[in-house]
Design a protein around this ligand. Structure first.
Ligand SMILES: Cc1cc2nc3c(=O)[nH]c(=O)nc-3n(C[C@H](O)[C@H](O)[C@H](O)COP(=O)(O)OP(=O)(O)OC[C@H]3O[C@@H](n4cnc5c(N)ncnc54)[C@H](O)[C@@H]3O)c2cc1C
Length: 278
């Protein structure tokens, strides 16, 4: 592996390096995935470890997690950590699935770019309504680019489906943004007891049995983890116990899963949401 290592001093220099046609370079976060891809058609890696992207910041009710935060840092974080009080603790819980040996190096952005069908961290981030902030994006609808076009905020669900095209433009993920849920918000991350390749993260606020801000993400049913948007919409501001079964059936009909997989998803979603509501 003879990649040149480029060390930009700021985000703008990093994007300039990534956009050059030659030498062809990609971002290196912790390198845990890249180092296992010796045959990648690249000449150089852009090391982003000195760009200050390893910090987090609270702005009002918005939490900004730096793209280079490690999984170890997420696990220990005061708001998203596995032992944090609030609903965002499912993020730290998801990060705990990364093997010990990789946690101190593997980064948040690296996990998003390499997301697998049931990546626990990504399932949890989806249920937390995460957005991905990208530097160096072009607004294709405008001929003249304004400096503001340099930044793009993309919902994680969208980034998982078309983010590779955004990255091919020579862009850089700089942070992940999340709304900080109200203190009465409940959340859970669980795996199916019938099918270890199936997992779920859910979050909602509840009062008198009525749920709001419902978010449900499932891993293991598609190439990337997915939000169950039909179910979320169908349950919003409704009494969960009255509406869960019918809205879940409407969602399952859209997913068109094999019968056994559908039964496992039904059980997982049904049991998790009802337990969370108790
Ligand atoms: C055996 C094993 C099991 C694992 N299990 C899990 C698991 O359960 N859950 C989990 O989340 N992770 C797991 N990981 C780690 C995960 O697979 C990735 O290796 C890791 O999250 C990648 O992070 P990294 O910073 O090392 O990425 P890198 O190896 O540095 O990069 C990975 C990809 O992301 C791109 N990239 C990185 N940072 C940026 C950025 N800021 N902007 C744009 N592109 C970027 C790179 O260009 C590259 O394409 C596991 C790893 C191993 C080896």
């Amino acid at each position: 592996m003879q990649w040149e290592v480029l060390r930009p001093r700021d985000v703008f220099e990093a994007v300039t390096l990534l956009k050059r046609p030659s030498p062809r370079a990609v971002v290196m976060g912790g390198g845990t995935w890249l180092m296992q891809q010796p045959n990648l058609a690249i000449d150089a890696v852009v090391d982003v470890s000195a760009l200050g992207l390893d910090k987090s910041l609270v702005e009002g009710n918005l939490l900004r997690l730096g793209a280079a935060m490690t999984h170890a840092a997420l696990i220990e974080h005061s708001l998203v950590g596995a032992h944090a009080d609030g609903a965002l603790h499912i993020i730290g819980k998801g990060a705990r699935y990364t093997p010990d040996a990789w946690r101190a190096r593997a980064t948040l952005a690296g996990a998003i770019v390499t997301a697998q069908s049931a990546s626990p961290l990504i399932v949890a981030l989806l249920a937390c309504d995460a957005e991905v902030v990208v530097a160096g994006a072009r607004d294709r609808t405008k001929e003249i680019q304004s400096p503001r076009d340099f930044w793009k905020v993309i919902p994680l669900a969208g980034f998982l489906s078309y983010g590779h095209r955004v990255l091919e433009e020579g862009t850089l993920i700089t942070e992940v943004r999340l709304p900080i849920p109200s203190p009465d918000t409940r959340s859970a991350y669980v795996e199916s007891e019938h099918d270890p390749a199936l997992n779920l993260a859910a979050m909602f606020a509840i009062k008198d049995g009525i749920v709001g801000n419902v978010r449900v993400a499932v891993g293991g049913i598609a190439p990337k983890p997915q939000r169950l948007s039909r179910l979320e919409f169908g349950l919003e501001r409704k009494k969960l116990s009255d509406w869960l079964d019918s809205e879940l059936e409407a969602q399952l009909a859209l997913l068109q899963l094999a019968p056994a997989r559908e039964a496992h998803v039904r059980a997982l979603v049904h049991n998790t949401l009802l337990q969370l509501a108790q």
